[in-house]
Design a protein around this ligand. Sequence first.
Ligand code: ATP
Ligand code: MG
Length: 146
Amino acid sequence: MRNEMHLQFSALSQNESFARVTVAAFVAQLDPTMDELTEIKTVVSEAVTNAIIHGYNNDPNGMVYISVVIEEGAVRITIRDEGAGIADIEEARQPLFTTKPELERSGMGFTIMENFMDEISIHSEVNKGTTVHLTKYIMKSKALCN
Ligand SMILES: Nc1ncnc2c1ncn2[C@@H]1O[C@H](COP(=O)(O)OP(=O)(O)OP(=O)(O)O)[C@@H](O)[C@H]1O
Ligand SMILES: [Mg+2]
């Protein structure tokens, strides 16, 4: 059975924990392990923080959009902004690459997303915005499907 939810909120850093906890609560119905849930929360946090800081430069007029689809043991998370966009996605994905070193960013957000999720794809257009698709297969529900 397919189950989905959609969320949108202002680009304010205090909404990062709201997004993280809300997505985790929705995913909980798949009965993930604590590790799986922690990994999902971490990637949501990284992608939302990117949308707020890089996409919107902390402008709270920006909106962040999240959708989550659960289907056959897979969790598909889409996190989108309509902000600055990324000029060179391959470069942005490199470990330690950051355009905001002055903010003590470590440039590890995309690397963390890649490590914690089974699939990641990034679409972006300068001055239009960025969309990150993240998929994770939850072990227990996958076993139940087989
Ligand atoms: N939503 C976004 N909009 C515009 N640029 C982005 C977005 N997400 C990422 N980027 C660009 O990609 C770079 C790499 O992102 P990544 O999350 O890996 O590192 P970071 O955010 O700079 O540092 P960290 O996540 O470790 O704090 C960013 O520095 C930024 O230039
Ligand atoms: Mg980041």
